[in-house]
Design a protein. Structure first.
Length: 193
């Protein structure tokens, strides 16, 4: 029979091996936790609006977009009242899902001075076809790839959709939201002017 002191040093005792396995589990858990926090931090950073380009608010009001039904929507014609500007596309499920809510917001808040403008980051033919199936009461502008650049200048660095910008009657950006809006967002924004 061998005693613990008779064992060669290269063979650890069973009781000595368990703390090593426990340490490994703690190390793995720590590394996994750090990776999860890092990933969550990156996702948070990625999906938060970032700083806007200098002068973008002024430039925005000078823009014009073709309408799917013909004609042009000039943002300067919307100046002086609060505006909800929504960047969307027909191929974006969260965008399509929030459009009826935006339409209801427009119907309810238009008497209070609110305006809504949808900027479609999409092919004009796809937008026209979509609006035949799901008509919207608020105006839609065909923004195309230029709409992605405009979104980036407003702080949407990833170009993710949907992206919503709320502007006050003074023409200044009050709120920006990346991702799908909620009824709570609209309740928060409705009293703004």
């Amino acid at each position: 029979m061998t005693s613990p002191s008779d064992r060669p040093e290269s063979i650890p005792a069973t009781s000595d091996a368990q703390p090593s396995a426990a340490r490994r589990r703690l190390l793995y858990a720590g590394v996994a936790g750090a990776a999860a926090l890092g990933g969550a931090g990156l996702a948070w950073w990625k999906f938060q609006p970032h700083a806007m380009e200098h002068g973008v608010e002024e430039a925005l009001w000078a823009m014009e977009f073709e309408k799917p039904e013909g004609g042009v929507v000039a943002l300067k014609s919307l100046a002086g009242k609060p505006l909800l500007l929504n960047f969307w596309a027909t191929w974006c499920p969260p965008c399509v899902e929030e459009l009826p809510m935006l339409n209801a917001f427009y119907r309810q808040q238009a008497p209070n001075g609110w305006q809504v403008l949808g900027l479609a980051i999409d092919q004009p033919s796809a937008v026209r076809k979509f609006l035949q199936r799901i008509p919207l009461e608020f105006p839609v502008g065909l923004a195309g790839l230029g709409g992605t650049d405009l979104g980036r200048s407003l702080g949407n660095l990833t170009g993710a959709l949907p992206f919503t910008v709320v502007l006050g009657g003074n023409g200044r950006v009050l709120h920006r939201k990346m991702g799908q809006i909620t009824p709570q967002d609209l309740q928060l924004w409705a009293p703004l002017r």
